[in-house]
Structures are given as structure tokens and as C-alpha cells.
Design a protein around this ligand. Sequence first.
Ligand code: NAD
Length: 506
Amino acid sequence: MPPARLAPVAVAEKTFKNFIAGQWVDSAGGATFESRSPANGELIGTFPRSTAEDVDRAVEAAKDAYEDWRLVPAPKRGEILFRFGQLLIEQKEDLAQLMTREMGKVLAEARGDVQEAIDMSFYMAGEGRRLFGQTTPSELRDKFNMSVRMPIGVVGVITPWNFPIAIPSWKIAPALVCGNTVVFKPATDTPLLGERFVGLLGEAGVPAGVVNVVHGFGADVGDRIVRHPDVPVVTLTGSRETGVAVMRNAADHLKHVHLELGGKNAIIVLDDADLDLAVEGIVWSAFGTSGQRCTAASRVIVHEAVYDDLEARVVAAAERLRLGPGWDESTDVGPVINRGAIEKIHSYTEIGRSEGANLLTGGEVASGDGFGDGFYYRPTIFGDVEPQMRIAQEEIFGPTTALIPVRDFEEAVRAANGVPFGLSSSIFTREVNRAFRAMRDLNTGITYVNAGTIGAEVHLPFGGTKQTGNGHREAGQAALDVFTEWKSIYVDYSGRLQKAQIDTAT
Ligand code: NAD
């Protein structure tokens, strides 16, 4: 087992501030919190534990900056995002190394996280020259009709720790290109990556006040952003429970609320599947990022004809995975994010056992030699799981997956759909008719055919059905609907008063 040695890159600076109106400033209250590496407990930095007062200052700055930023031509806003994408390319390796230390994911995945932000920045940079509306004929003579996208104002951006560079880019890049300004609260487990992200935006040319960072906890900073009367849009990626609270607390001001929440994603393996390919897809989707992806495959629904064979192969593959710190290139599975996470994951192992599921491998904290003060959990697979068991219904958000045997395609789709969430799904089959039926019948925002449940690309909508969200999507063109309002414009050049729906004899 690789030792949990110190990561190669050292961060000289250890005390960090908020970023408001283009200045790095202390929190009004002076309290702080620490970010520590989940791989070995190393101190990454100390950050302001901000209060409502800090949020209010940031909102004020964002409100002031909005008055000019909304008038900057969209192609120019796009050019700044393009420069940001170029800076991310230059800094990709440094950011990936830092991510491995602050958040724990293995280096290859950390590079992928940064790459996603590069892709999103370039995509949204291009949007600066599109932001298409519509022109339509008028029902009256000498009249011109069009619809245009308008920015909304200050956007509150609240993010989780699992994609600390990618997720902020999914929200902040479209918010900016559409002409909004931003108050950003990064997760308290990854504040340094949040601050790097914003530092690079400043370097790319985003003017003072257009993007502000306020560090701190959901109950203080997040809650104030959600309730602040001058923040008309709130975009949150997080757990279902947080999403419900945010929606409720934003209701008093009838805010636009965009929620990307949890998942309980399933891979279906049919009797005609390429099993080698399916095993690869399962292991990657269940244990990549230590299972801490909203799209992670925490259920595998398997046709009974291939169940025993697949079970044996998946267990063998999981047992070959090497657990360790993400910066070690030989590591397959890194730590989970913190002590709370490891306790939650282990509690689900106990729940699975008590429900009568068959623990096939894992199910324990990896500690002792080489694991130091890190939070490592062994890849865990339950067999003979029934679809209604809690381990097959609730989001665990760790390296645990449940194998569910079924008799046929119909039962597989019923089981896949029989959960409160609807983010991602996948089917392994070589039969085109069943693949198309699955694409139609799986009730999720994303469906993969002959691939795992993870691997979204930035130019397609991303999000889920049911309790994974509230009907919005991020990424692609769909993201623009979160960050703009439609305005319909009618221009009458007849020189006389024409009455719609009344002057019908034109
Ligand atoms: P979390 O809900 O605990 O926290 C998310 C963010 O919300 C954090 O910044 C937190 O400080 C803040 N927050 C907490 N309470 C708040 C409140 N009352 N008001 C305002 N802000 C508040 O989630 P997490 O543990 O950071 O992330 C894991 C969760 O995120 C999982 O459920 C996962 O499925 C989900 N997720 C979803 C997607 C998606 O696109 N659907 C992507 C990644 C993660």
C-alpha cells in the first residue's frame, strides 16, 4: 500500500481572505475555519468564516458592478472567458495537484476536472457571439417582433466540494457571459480551489466587483445569499436536503432557483451485454472519485442469466483497485472528503448488512499502515440487493454499489426508475431495439448506452428529473435559461396606432 506521504506541491501562503469589489479582505467578524487534506490531514489553509455582513458587502459590490457589466458587449465578455480558459490551460497541472491535495481525487481525475472548466469557458466564450433570440413576423403590417435574452442581476453561486473547479465554471461562466455579476460561496472543504478560480478570473480581465467570493458555511454565508433581497438568482449544486431548504428560503423573494442535487444512478446489464466492457464501466462509475460523483453508479441492475458471472468479475476488479493518496500515480481510488463522509458511508454498510444484503467485498475503513490521518474507505459491493432496500434507494455518496438481480428488461427498467432521483442511467446491451426502448423509458436527465453513468460533455444539457433538481439544466444552451430572462420586443413603424387582436383586417 502506498504511504500517505506529503504531496509534492507546497502552498506557501496559508491564510486567505474574501474577495470583494476587487480587493482581498478579511471577514467582518474575524472568525476562521481550516481546510485540510482528506488524504493525510495536512493543513491547506485558513479561511474567513464569514457572516451575513460580509455577504451584504459582496452583494453591494456585485450590484454596483452590474450596472456597467451588463452593458459590456457580450462578445467582449466572451473574450474575457476565453482568456480565462487559456489561463486554466496554463495552470492545469498546478490546479490538478492542488485539487488532489485539497479534495482528494486522483490526479488524472483532477486534471479532468480542470479540463471541464476549460471546455466550459471556451464554450461560453463562444456564446458571447450567439446568445441567440428570435425574430418572428408580426400579425400587423409595418411592425417588427423579436425576443432577446436579458441579464438578471446578481447571481448567488453555491457549490459543493466534489468538482471544485468544474462546477463553479458551469455556473459562473454562463452567468458572466449573459451579463450578470456573481457572489460565490465555495464549499468549506475546497475553499482554496474556489479562491484560485476567482483569482484567475481577475487575471483574465473580469472587472472589480463582477465576481466576489465569500468563504464560509452554508448556515451563515449560503443562507444569507439565498435570502438576500438583491440576489434574484440562486444556483446551487448540493444535496437534496440543502436544495429543499434553499428553495423554501428563496420563496419569499420569488427568486429564480436552479438546483442540481443528488442521484441514485443505475447501470443495467442485460443478458446480451459485452461483460468485459460492462465491468469496466461499472468499476469506473462506482469507484471513480471514490463514488463521490452525483452521477456515480450506486446501483447495478443485472439480468439473472449473467448475474453470477458479472458479480464475480466486478468483485475481482474492485479488489484489484489500489487505495491511496490521489497524488500517487499508482492510486486508483483516493480518500473520501472528510470524517463525516466516512461515518455516513460506513453507516450504510451497517444498514445494508441489517437489511440482509450480501456484503461481497469492502465494507470497512482502511486505516493503519500507509493511511495516516486520511479518510480511506475500501470499495464496497453488496450482492443480492432488493430494489426497495435503503442501500438501493438513498444516496450514499461513497465507494459503495449494490448489485440487483432482475428477470428481464421490463423489470430492470422498473427497478432503475423506482427511486426518488433521476440524474443518470446506463444500459449495456448489444440489441438495438432494447437500447432505444431504454433511451425512451429510463426516467433520468442523462442516459448512456454501452458506457458507465459518468462522462458528461459541456455542450449538452446536464441535470436530472424528479428530485435531482427543479427542472432546470446546466451546461449547453440550456444553461442560458437559468441566467437570462426573455424579453419580447415589438417595434411598430406604421406611424399609426395598430391594435393587436382588434385590427384584424390588415
Ligand atoms: P451540501 O448540500 O452539503 O452543500 C452544498 C453547498 O451548499 C455547500 O457550499 C454548502 O455550504 C451549502 N449549503 C449548505 N446548507 C445551506 C443552506 N441552508 N443555504 C445555502 N447554502 C447551503 O452538498 P455537498 O456535500 O457539498 O455535495 C454533495 C452533494 O452534491 C451530493 O448530494 C451530490 O449528489 C450533489 N451533487 C450534485 C451534482 C449535480 O449536478 N446534480 C453535482 C455534484 C454534486
